[in-house]
Design a protein around this ligand. Structure first.
Ligand code: GDP
Length: 357
């Protein structure tokens, strides 16, 4: 899928850059543009992609310090300038725009939904948000910010693909220590998904294309992405079980939003050498995903890649009714109340969270 990425805020810019680098290193060319917008000058200076500093008259390049209402206001006030900058960067062949942001901070948390709204007014292609949720050990301000941001993101974007910062952490790292590693994992997984709908080599009936990604995300709401890979035998007939177990592993332990399997729609992509991909395995895996997610819309497709391994990517659309998402919203609501009682003068709109789902 040909996509233009716009990172908003610190995490947004960093993840946009690693995604663009991964796409370039792999030679996929699915990412047709990468741009970063921020209120903090220092965060932009460490990036190699094109950048734009906003909110200079209000925060003088120092960032909004976790104030996502200020982040939203600045994006709204400077929407015309931002849209002007984007106009030249959104390639005419782009099939989607993806805004990337950490939802727990200030600039990305407030700015991403405001930007999604603007982009949706102007462009016909789907506007997705790749949103990073704070890990459990991050403070209550992060949780509350993410809860409020998510509600607006769901309304303004065509789909919110969420990554829980706890999901792809390794060993005992704290979230802070693990950012680099998490960002690499996000880049690899999201990068593969975008490229899967793009590669045209080895075109065959079973090769996945971008319309399948778009259709899986069509109903809006929250989406998540899972991944698992394993060694594979050279002969497809020996890989029936490998493929079914990869699909299971991806859905049960590899999702970007763990334990959220009730879904409206799903897409199973098997990546690897076409000779190694067992059709019987793919069919069984799809059936299993159908049962597990309760979705009647399970799409499937191959992603021909020159590797001795096979990988399963599972994209779920419409997971907002899952228990995990409800848990997150409860956590955000609690945090919102805590933050509220700490600072009675600050006005948080709890109803916004209550009427979310
Ligand atoms: P902003 O610059 O005001 O938008 O704030 P940040 O982008 O720093 O957002 C803070 C949130 O993003 C927190 O939940 C952090 O855990 C998360 N975050 C910050 N940097 C990174 C990063 O490099 N990778 C990931 N995965 N999350 C990050």
């Amino acid at each position: 899928m040909k996509v233009v990425l716009i990172g908003v805020g610190q995490a947004g810019g960093k993840v946009t850059q690693v995604l663009a680098e991964f796409d370039h290193e792999m030679g996929f060319d699915a990412i047709r543009g990468a741009f970063a917008v921020n209120t903090a000058k220092a965060d932009l200076q460490s990036l190699d992609i094109d950048t734009m500093l906003i909110g200079q008259d209000r925060v003088k390049g120092h960032g909004v310090g976790g104030d996502n209402e200020l982040g939203a206001e600045i994006m709204q006030d400077e929407a015309t300038e931002v849209m002007d900058q984007l106009d030249a960067r959104i390639a005419t062949d782009a099939e989607a725009v993806m805004i990337v942001a950490g939802l727990g901070g200030g600039t990305g948390s407030g700015g991403a939904p405001a930007l999604a709204k603007e982009l949706n007014r102007v462009y016909d292609v789907p506007i997705y948000v790749l949103g990073i949720l704070p890990g459990r050990n991050e403070g209550s301000l992060y949780q509350a910010n993410a809860g409020r941001s998510l509600k607006t993101v769901i309304r303004e974007a065509d789909s919110a693909l969420l990554i829980d910062n706890d999901a792809w952490r390794t060993s005992n790292e704290t979230v802070q220590e693990g950012f680099e590693n998490i960002n690499k994992q996000i880049a690899q997984r999201v990068g593969l998904l975008l490229a899967a709908g793009e590669i045209v080599e080895g075109v065959g009936e079973s090769v996945v294309d971008s319309s399948e990604i778009i259709n899986t995300l069509r109903d809006g709401g929250i989406a998540s992405l899972g991944y698992a890979s394993a060694e594979a035998a050279p002969d497809a007939s020996e890989n029936v079980n490998t493929i079914t177990s990869l699909a299971r592993k991806s859905l049960l332990t590899g999702m970007s939003l763990p334990n959220a399997v009730d879904a409206e729609a799903a897409l199973l992509v098997i990546a690897g050498q076409p000779d190694r991909i067992s059709r019987k395995g793919v069919e069984r895996a799809r059936k299993w995903i159908e049962e597990e997610t309760g979705s009647l819309q399970v799409r499937g497709g191959d992603f021909p890649l020159d590797s001795d391994r096979l990988a399963a990517l599972v994209l779920l659309g419409g997971v907002e009714r899952s228990q995990r998402v409800q848990e997150f919203m409860d956590r955000a609501r609690e945090a919102n109340q805590e933050t509220e009682s700490r600072d009675a003068t600050e006005e948080f709109d709890n109803e916004q969270l209550d009427d979310l789902f």
